[in-house]
Design a protein around this ligand. Structure first.
Ligand SMILES: Cc1cc2nc3c(=O)[nH]c(=O)nc-3n(C[C@H](O)[C@H](O)[C@H](O)COP(=O)(O)OP(=O)(O)OC[C@H]3O[C@@H](n4cnc5c(N)ncnc54)[C@H](O)[C@@H]3O)c2cc1C
Length: 387
């Protein structure tokens, strides 16, 4: 299962399906059912589930590769896959702490369950490290009501990972993460998802009401999970999606230039120098992603231990840099393709790519991340560069 060749083939098969439906998914702002079915068929949803829980136990780099391949086909499908794998990674980080959750992870692999995230909440802005809602505990169950401002593919997920305060006495930062099964959760839509880009993620706002057993609370404080797993995996997997989208736009620009070169043999098309810049930026994005992914895997620390401040600053910088670079690459591609890229329905259309990528600096807002990074850098005692 972990053979990279076979994995990339499976990802490419799913990407063919995603590409075939990408424009319809975008124009109708609809969930990419066909892609998710293909990902399930190719057993790609349980990729990170450990071997002892009957999963393939693939490393994060494999999930990043799938995100990149899907990103070249359909940005919304790729982002859904990334968001799902971030949730799986959070559960894998707590493996062994709860029988219910280990059994649930087994099901993620065997039944190819799709997991969604409910961190955002009306009244807290984009600060995922703060919650207003808190569960009520009665007998052997808990109930929770949460006003969420965005839940991607909430109605299509098999389970939702929901943040809340630990109890009604807890402070806003004393948070837990609850695995809520869709069958025990009701979603009341409170706003539509009619957006510039990432339209297929179907990220509507909902009032959420759920019932769960206490065993469904992830057995680590959410603050630890957020810092140790959710933040680095989000930035690495989102970055991989954006790299994929920017790569596809650059391929379209390259095809456009090759057609121009065939029409006028012997002369370099005027836009070709922009291709060099775009490819150079893609290479830098890839190198930075590979470096952060390798470093994250090699840190190999216990789940309760904090990541080094320097590494947290690095993965925060990765998110900001990649979200900005991807947009710039597509801008270069647009200038190369001109009106053929600007128009929909040509072989060089890249409007969807550009619109999808405008979500990147907002998810979580780059200004918020920059402020957090600056705090880390001021607090850090170790030198910025070693050696
Ligand atoms: C495509 C997409 C899918 C999403 N899917 C989900 C999902 O599945 N589940 C989910 O829970 N959420 C989801 N979200 C929501 C997302 O995670 C963020 O919560 C949301 O984008 C932030 O909302 P905001 O821009 O209103 O808030 P903010 O981040 O608060 O930003 C609003 C403004 O405040 C400024 N600001 C606020 N605080 C600071 C600060 N400390 N430092 C500097 N500036 C600050 C920002 O610069 C910005 O101008 C999704 C968002 C998108 C775009």
């Amino acid at each position: 299962m972990n053979d990279l060749g076979a994995l990339s083939d499976r990802a490419r098969s799913a990407a063919v399906v995603a590409a075939a439906h990408a424009d319809d998914v975008d124009s109708c702002a609809r969930f990419p059912t066909e892609t998710i079915d293909a990902l399930k068929e190719h057993r790609l949803l349980g990729l990170l589930v450990p071997v002892h829980l009957d999963g393939p136990g693939a490393p994060l780099a494999d999930a990043a590769m799938v995100c990149r391949i899907l990103g070249q086909a359909c940005g919304s499908s790729a982002l859904i896959y990334a968001m799902h794998q971030i949730q799986v990674a959070c559960l894998v980080a707590a493996v062994g702490g709860s029988e219910w959750q280990d059994e649930f992870l087994r099901r993620v692999a065997s039944e190819q369950l799709l997991l969604a995230s409910v961190t955002s909440e009306v009244g807290i802005g984009g600060n995922i490290r703060s919650s207003l809602c808190a569960p009520d505990y009665l007998d052997d169950r808990l109930t929770l009501s949460k006003r969420s401002s965005a839940i991607s593919y909430g109605e299509h997920a098999d389970a939702l990972l929901v943040t809340a305060r630990r109890n009604t006495e807890a402070s806003s930062s004393d948070q837990i993460l609850i695995v809520a099964e869709r069958t025990d959760t009701s979603l009341t839509e409170t706003s539509r998802w009619d957006t510039l880009g990432m339209r297929g993620t179907d990220s509507k706002a909902f009032d959420v009401s759920l019932s769960a057993r206490p065993a469904q609370i992830v057995p680590l404080p959410f603050g630890d999970i957020a810092q140790h797993t959710m933040l680095p995996t989000s930035h690495i997997l989102w970055g991989s999606v954006w790299l994929g989208i920017a790569t596809d736009a650059t391929e379209k620009a390259r095809a456009f230039l090759r057609r121009q070169a065939q029409t006028n043999p012997g002369s370099l098309p005027p836009g070709a120098v922009r291709l060099e810049k775009a490819v150079s930026m893609l290479t830098s994005m890839r190198a930075r992603l590979d470096c952060a992914t390798g470093e994250y895997l090699s840190i190999r620390i216990s789940d309760r231990e904090a990541l080094p401040l320097g590494f947290l600053a690095e993965v925060n910088g990765l998110k900001i840099a990649l979200s900005e670079a991807a947009l710039e690459v597509v801008q270069q591609a647009m200038l190369i393709c001109g009106i053929a890229g600007y128009k929909y329905g040509t072989p060089y259309s890249i409007g969807r790519h550009l619109r999808d990528l405008h979500s990147a600096p907002l998810m979580v807002n780059n200004d918020r991340i920059a402020a957090n990074t600056a705090t880390l850098l001021v607090a850090q005692r170790a030198p910025l560069m070693r050696g």
